[in-house]
Design a protein around this ligand. Structure first.
Ligand code: AMP
Ligand code: GLY
Length: 432
């Protein structure tokens, strides 16, 4: 089978690596791809260019399409594929609004009875500002539409909230994404991600994962796409995942099915563990990046078979097994990220770091390109160095040994990925 993966991050490299292990796969194409995915065939087409993607799918006689990020899904790649009878692992553009519109997601959550923070919607700055001044407590300001990770401000006080509203609604810092804005109650707790394979009706949870969204150690600095992740997250052990899936994923599948848009693909719930139990902060309609890397390192089953079963509505028929090992991914980023950064920095020692790990480390490329045989940086998040281990401490040790061995000028990574998990003692076999 010929597979097309859409995207260019560490997630897409991990998807290509894992799918290449499926015996039924004969060729993998990745678009636009990166230096790591150039081991297969990279195509230069942008994820938002649905016409260009469909032309490529026809030309290369692609048998199965795997969108990595949300862009192509929100733009309707699954709808276009269905129109020409090519299976696509992901929701149609209507169901992709679960990620594309935070207001749509809230309305579905309320209909489905999923626990989430209280919120109000505003289109006028003056009314929104009046409301946050009256509320007087910490609030979260969210742009309704996609804003490349910049659409959420957790404001400590009403002055910060009004500033965020002014930037989004008056200065239009996010363009049309903030035509409607949510003002949301702030939830307290620890965050964890629960992803589920969905076939329209049935959901099967993956093992849990925890992302690290802030740029610097100790969860400080600006929000990023994710600076590291590990799986499983002790906050949500595997024997609890099915129960939480019933609370936060399955009810959404019922609503989407009732609306005539059964959800197929990955539904990802970003959860806050509050004293009242897990509450949903957001949905994504695809694998998280970098959560995908540790999750796929631990997945023992044939990923293509699972994806095909999701599309066919037959998830009950496939094996979905995760290794009891732990996995941890450290993102190596360009200095300056998530702000301005330089590109074209040479990267040395990737193959050596993998070779020294006895098969316990995979270095997934994110923002890289291949420059006459030399891998150079080409983005903000550059590499996802992912280690496996018998417990979280060992996975952490393996990932950091490799990250330390890789040399790239003008780069940095967080030193504390996994630290929160190690504080939950079961994760390290009783040792603190
Ligand atoms: P989102 O894109 O909705 O997941 O928001 C990005 C980040 O903002 C989340 O990972 C949380 O850290 C934070 N956040 C979002 N909503 C809330 C909330 N209601 N209370 C506290 N933190 C939040
Ligand atoms: N790591 C968070 C995301 O993929 O949205």
């Amino acid at each position: 089978m010929r597979i097309l993966i859409i995207g260019s991050g560490g997630r897409e490299h991990a998807l290509a690596w894992k799918l290449s292990q499926s015996p039924a796969v004969s060729q993998i194409y990745v678009t636009p791809g990166n230096g790591g995915t150039s081991a297969w065939i990279n195509a230069g087409i942008d994820a938002a260019d649905i016409d260009g993607l469909m032309k490529y799918i026809r030309e290369k006689r692609i048998d199965f399409v795997v969108p990595g990020g949300e862009t192509s899904l929100v733009h309707g790649i699954a709808d276009a594929c269905r129109g020409v009878g090519v299976p696509c692992f992901g929701p149609d553009s209507y169901a992709a609004q679960l990620e594309g519109s935070k207001i749509f997601a809230k309305e579905v959550m309320i209909e489905a009875g999923v626990p989430t923070a209280r919120y109000q919607v505003f289109t006028e700055f003056s009314q929104a500002a009046k409301s946050v001044k009256k509320a007087g407590v910490p609030v979260v300001i969210k742009a309704d539409g996609l804003a490349a990770g910049k659409g959420v401000v957790v404001a400590a006080n009403s002055a910060e909230a009004v500033e965020a509203l002014d930037s989004m609604m008056c200065k239009k810092s996010l363009g049309g994404a903030a035509a409607r804005v949510l003002v949301e109650e702030t939830l307290q707790g620890e965050e964890v991600s629960l992803l589920a394979f969905c076939d329209g009706e049935k959901a099967v949870p993956l093992s849990s994962a925890q992302d690290h969204k802030r740029a610097f150690d100790g969860d400080t600095g600006p929000n990023t796409g994710g600076m590291g992740a590990y799986s499983p997250a002790p906050l949500l052990p595997d024997d609890k995942a099915a129960e939480v899936c019933e609370q936060v994923i399955t009810p959404v599948l019922r609503v989407m099915q009732k609306r005539g848009h059964p959800f197929k693909g990955i539904l990802y719930a970003g959860l806050m563990y509050t004293p009242n139990g897990p509450m949903v902060l957001e949905y994504n309609v695809r694998f998280g990046d970098p959560e995908c890397q540790p999750l796929l390192m631990r997945l023992e089953s044939d990923l293509l078979k699972i994806m095909q079963a999701c599309v066919a509505g037959d998830l009950g028929s496939v094996d979905i097994t995760f290794s009891p090992k732990h996995a941890l991914c450290v993102v190596v980023a360009a200095s300056g990220y998530p702000g301005a950064y330089s590109k074209g920095n040479p990267i040395y020692g990737i193959a050596e770091a993998e070779a020294a790990s006895n098969g316990n480390v995979m270095v997934f490329h994110a923002g890289t390109r291949n420059d006459n045989g030399q891998t150079v940086s080409n983005g903000g998040r550059v590499l996802g160095v992912t280690g496996l281990g018998a417990d979280l401490a060992e996975a952490q040790k393996n990932a950091y040994a490799a990250a330390d061995a890789i040399k790239m000028p003008n780069s940095f990574f967080r030193r504390d990925i996994g630290a929160k998990g190690l504080n939950h003692c079961w994760a390290c076999s009783g040792k603190k």
